[in-house]
Design a protein around this ligand. Structure first.
Ligand code: PNS
Length: 167
């Protein structure tokens, strides 16, 4: 029996400030499972806190890492995630789950997104063990205090982090 994909399009959303190897692992697994993937990058200036990198730069970081996959596009969005997903005809929203600490937040987002768009399924992939404790905020904290972030984010991202955050 040959393995087949789920078909259709999945959206893999996030702030990606900045993208980590954990995110890239989820994106590549989604690209294996769905025909097409859109990585949706939050571009909203007042949501949560100010980002270190502009949406354009966050998009560009991801684009250069996924260039080799023929079926992944990267797009910024500043609307409700479900509206973005619907606009693009996505069947699923795909997210990564690391530790149990992610669960509560994602459970809430799931309820909200489901209420607004019951037709779009949210699906969760467990992070690979080596990425279970990797987060953008942890990486920024390390970079801010001069820690080595190589092996956690792509090299160009590490360079820009040093420029932006090193004291
Ligand atoms: O944890 P992240 O990476 O900041 O997650 C971002 C996102 C958009 C995936 C998550 O917050 C979510 O599922 N939000 C649903 C509500 C929504 O649509 N917000 C608008 C974002 S522009």
């Amino acid at each position: 029996m040959t393995a087949s994909k789920n078909g259709g399009l999945a959206v893999v959303p996030g702030s990606y400030d900045p993208v980590t190897f954990g995110h890239l692992d989820i994106i590549s697994r989604a690209a294996n499972a769905w025909d097409n993937v859109i990585v949706a990058v939050v571009d909203h200036p007042v949501r949560k806190q100010k980002t270190v990198f502009s949406a354009d730069e966050r998009v560009a970081f991801i684009e250069s890492e996924v260039a080799e996959y023929g079926n992944v596009q990267v797009k910024p969005f500043d609307t409700l995630l479900v509206d973005f997903a619907r606009e693009h005809g996505a069947k699923a929203i795909v997210k990564g789950l690391r530790a149990i600490s992610d669960f509560e937040y994602e459970f809430e987002m799931n309820q909200l997104n489901r209420k607004m768009a019951p037709d779009i399924e949210s699906m969760y992939m467990m992070a690979a063990p080596q990425f279970s404790f990797l987060s953008s905020s942890g990486v920024k904290e390390l970079a801010m205090f001069g820690g080595d972030v190589s092996g956690l984010v792509p090299d160009p991202v590490a360079v820009r982090l040093q420029e932006e955050l090193k004291r």
